[in-house]
Design a protein around this ligand. Sequence first.
Ligand code: C5P
Length: 235
Amino acid sequence: MTEQQPIYRGKAKSIFRSDNPDELIVSFRDDITAFDGAKKDELTDKGVYNATVSAYLFGRLEEKGIATHFVRMEDERTMIVRPLTMIPVEVIVRNAAAGSLVRNYPFEEGQRLDPPVIVLDYKDDARHDPMINEEIIVALGLMTAEEIDAVKTIALQVNDLLRAEFGRIGLDLVDFKLEFGRHGDRILLGDEISMDSMRLWDMETHASMDKDVYRFDKGDVMATYATVAERLTGA
Ligand code: C5P
């Protein structure tokens, strides 16, 4: 598998073809990047921690009836998934203000958002993932209005499950990003759900337990990722 050329190489994952045409092989690499790739490093086992957490959460979501691309784990950093035609819209759910919301709007860091706020970004590094609205998504032909509603409903269901999962291990789910794709006539949750795509704050100390540790040099990134993976999955 690893000798094969990837059909797609993202910033932290590589996608390979499989012998089964209804499966793809996703390898979670140890690369970590931030600020549209301006900051990058390789951190041993980072891919394993993100794959482990993603697989665990996709499994929990499937148990709750939320359709995802996850099929199974091949090894500790290799995930078998359904092939999706990705929709270039990042669906971000925010339970508290942080990151770009605080940079761009007059929110206090940590201000609770109840009900949660959903932000849609157009996924395009060259354009720095600008915020997009529903009319633009429809005008670009990316999704119908009904599909946008369906995806937002799923994102809030995912939020409920993730908040409970992380609450159980003393972590506050501040925000997270989802990506969806088409598989036949269905839209499935794709990509990953990991420390790279969420903000998690320790409920007691408010310390970051996610990629912000890497973005802003807040501490030992791998110790942080390992702690989240171990507490969440018990492994
Ligand atoms: O940067 P921003 O505050 O908009 O990020 C919101 C959430 O979405 C964070 O958890 C961040 O890690 C995630 N995100 C992501 N990929 C992006 C942009 C944001 O995973 N391209």
